[in-house]
Design a protein around this ligand. Structure first.
Ligand code: NAD
Ligand code: UDX
Length: 461
């Protein structure tokens, strides 16, 4: 097997993952390919103006690009020249036909499989990096191996399909890749299948054998690997919805959700992470993957399980509606023509990604109330403009002080480290009175804000 690796899909997953694989495997040539020419041009840009923002990413790309990491649109050549093909193309929620609004749209994935089949001249290991419904590997196996003559088990399979789902979180992608809790590789249990698994294990051990410790590289059958990815995201999303469900109760009873979360999380059986109440989860993964799990449950007749997971999504949607209703009530039951500044539009801090961001839903609900909306964000203004291009009159302002000038309320949507460090006395002085801050991330010093004269709203307090 040659040491070249190709990754099809140069997005949030393909780019950072392959940059770190190249860094830890200087003896391998890693090529990331995409049909999107602009994206590849950005990855190759002279001034390292990369298509995505991730702390630490640009430093690694500077180190490895041109050494053993390459970005290209020549997918055919890249596929021909390598023995291991990672596929990290997008698998969004399907918006048409059977399973619309729930199932994964697998058209990009299937197109890729057909291309690999048509272009490959020798056996290849095809690794699912995208998040996919359980048993996708069976469909891929059927497409890829459809024209291979059956002469014996080892010759039957020109392509071996593995599942190697990615667990990185945006904003901490490089840290998560360099030091993952676990790497999961699912493969067929027969001899060629296990040889393919070992080839991918070797990548994660790194050239010097000191990247991911072998004990953290978990190998399973393909179906367990595919399902684990969906289940892991569903468990994390469920924790966020659970604490947000408690937050509403805290507001009604005088309890404090941050205190409740701290004490719940001190139980070692539960643990402290993913218990932060807020505006609800966003990002390209949680909603899509939970909906996909719902669809799978329904497909297999597990209707009660489907309803259970659907509750996680319903709770999440409700959280953004609650934010706008509380603001409405606080601001004398009318928001029309009031100026509101949204602080943060990215779905979480340290990323410019705005896919499924709660700020987008809140912006639209506020626009329905005829609010004069200003949006500020240090990294996501370009995406915000694009997402809200159908909304007239929205102002986009990089400087938070200017964004808040003359506003009736600031609604903090993203927990950027910058926001607690701002001069809130200066902000108060320029706002219309009474001035309100709705801190949906509970990250500002509410006592200080009240001292300055602000009316303060929090989640779960
Ligand atoms: P993305 O949209 O940022 O990137 C996907 C890329 O694939 C795009 O650049 C697109 O042009 C390219 N592409 C589509 N069809 C192609 C084809 N036929 N040939 C070549 N390129 C093609 O998506 P992403 O966020 O990187 O997610 C990719 C997959 O990884 C999804 O299944 C997602 O669920 C999964 N995932 C994402 C994250 C994350 O943090 N974003 C984390 C874990 C898993
Ligand atoms: C998630 C998974 O964490 C990751 O393992 C998977 O590979 C992709 O999906 P990501 O969506 O990038 O990663 O970010 P994550 O940190 O999980 O946050 C998701 C959303 O939940 C964000 O909107 C975040 O603000 C929110 N969240 C997270 C909370 O509201 N409270 C929390 O306690 C944690």
């Amino acid at each position: 097997m040659n040491k070249n690796i190709v990754c099809i899909g140069a997005g949030y997953i393909g780019g950072p993952t392959m940059a770190v694989i190249a860094k830890m495997n200087p003896d391998r040539r890693v090529i990331v390919v995409d049909i999107n020419k602009e994206r590849i041009a950005a990855w190759n840009s002279k001034d390292f103006n990369l298509p995505i923002y991730e702390p630490g990413l640009v430093e690694i790309v500077k180190e490895v690009r041109g050494r053993n990491l390459f970005f290209s649109t020549d997918i055919k050549k890249a596929v021909r020249d390598c023995d291991i093909v990672f596929v990290g193309v997008n698998t969004p929620t399907k918006m048409f036909g059977k399973g619309a609004g729930r199932a994964s749209d697998l058209q990009y994935w299937e197109a890729t499989a057909r291309n690999i089949k048509d272009w490959a001249k020798c056996p290849k290991v095809v690794v699912e990096k995208s998040t996919l419904p359980v048993r996708t590997a069976a469909a891929m196996d059927a497409i890829l191996n459809s024209e291979v003559k059956v002469r014996g088990e080892s010759e039957r399979r020109m392509f071996t399909v593995l599942s190697n789902p990615e667990f990185l979180a945006e904003g901490t992608a490089i840290k998560d890749l360099l030091d993952p809790d676990r790497v999961l590789i699912g493969g067929p249990q027969d001899t060629p299948g296990q040889a393919a698994v070992q080839a991918v294990v070797d990548i994660y051990l790194g050239a010097a054998g000191n990247w991911v410790p072998r004990t953290r590289i978990l190998t399973t059958n393909v179906w367990s690997a595919e399902l684990t990815k969906l289940a892991a995201n569903a468990f994390l999303a469920q924790r966020v919805s659970s604490i947000n469900a408690i937050a509403g109760l805290c507001e009604a009873t005088g309890a404090d959700v941050d205190e409740v979360a701290q004490v719940i999380g001190a139980d070692k059986r539960i643990g402290p992470k993913f218990l932060k109440a807020g505006p609800g989860f966003g990002g390209s993964c949680f909603k899509k993957d939970v909906l996909n799990l719902v669809y799978l449950c329904e497909t297999f007749g597990l209707h009660t399980a489907a309803e259970y997971w659907m509750g996680v999504i319903k709770m999440n949607d409700h959280q953004q509606e609650r934010i706008v209703s509380r603001l409405f009530k606080e601001m004398f039951n009318t928001l029309a023509n009031k100026k509101i500044a949204l602080f943060g539009f990215a779905f979480k801090a340290d990323t410019g990604d705005t896919r499924e961001t709660p700020a987008g839903t809140v912006a639209r609900l506020l626009a329905d109330e005829h609010v004069n909306l200003t949006i500020t964000d240090p990294k996501a203004l370009g995406n915000a403009k694009n997402d809200l291009r159908d909304l007239k009159g929205v102002v986009y302002e990089i400087d938070p002080y200017k964004a808040a000038k003359g506003a009736d309320a600031v609604v903090l949507m993203t927990d950027w480290a910058l926001y607690p460090t701002l001069d809130w006395a200066k902000i108060y002085a320029t706002m219309r009175k009474p001035a309100t801050v709705f801190d949906t991330r509970n990250c500002l010093d509410a006592t200080n804000l009240r001292k300055l004269g602000f009316r303060v709203l929090n989640i779960g307090k």
